[in-house]
Unconditional design. Structure first.
Length: 152
C-alpha cells in the first residue's frame, strides 16, 4: 500500500494526522487527557483539537486541489476542478458547528467527500500516481480517529 509513495509526502502526511490520533487517545485515556489539558491547555485535547485541526486540514486540502486544478485542460474541466476544489473549505466553514458530536460527524463526511474528490482528480490524471494510496491511508486514520469522539 505504501509502495511508491515518496518519503517526504508520506512522512509529512503521517505527521499531519498526529493531532487527530492525539485527540482520540486523550478521549480514550483520561490520564492522558488530564496531562494534556494541564500541559498544553484544554483546547489541545479530545474533540477540541480534532475539530479545530480538522477544519484547518479540510481548508488546506482545498488549496491542494486548487493546485491540481491548475493542471486541468480545457475550459470546462478547469472550471469544474476549481469549483470542486473549494468544496472542502466551504464544508468545514459551514458544517463544524453545533457541538462536538455533530461537528465530528460532519468532519467525517467532509473527509470522505474529500476522498471522492481526490479520486476524481486522480482519474482525470491531475495528481501523481501515488496520490490515492496516500490519501486512502490518511483518510482512514482521520476517520477512525474522529469516530472515537463521535461514536464512543
Amino acid at each position: 500500500m505504501l509502495r511508491g509513495i515518496p518519503t517526504a509526502p508520506l512522512v509529512l502526511g503521517l505527521a499531519g494526522v498526529i493531532p487527530f490520533v492525539w485527540g482520540a487517545l486523550t478521549l480514550l485515556i483520561p490520564s492522558l487527557q488530564s496531562w494534556g489539558s494541564s500541559a498544553l491547555g484544554p483546547r489541545f485535547v479530545g474533540p477540541y483539537v480534532q475539530l479545530f485541526y480538522g477544519s484547518v486540514i479540510l481548508s488546506f486540502m482545498s488549496g491542494v486541489l486548487w493546485g491540481y486544478a491548475t493542471r486541468a485542460s480545457g475550459r470546462l474541466q478547469s472550471a469544474a476542478c476549481y469549483a470542486l476544489s473549494v468544496i472542502p473549505a466551504l464544508w468545514a466553514f459551514f458544517m463544524t458547528g453545533g457541538g462536538p458530536v455533530s461537528a465530528g460527524m460532519n468532519l467525517i463526511w467532509g473527509f470522505l467527500g474529500l476522498l471522492l474528490l481526490d479520486m476524481m482528480f486522480s482519474l482525470w490524471r491531475l495528481t501523481p500516481g501515488w496520490w490515492m494510496r496516500l490519501r486512502v491511508l490518511l483518510t482512514a486514520i482521520v476517520v477512525l480517529s474522529l469516530s472515537v469522539g463521535v461514536f464512543l
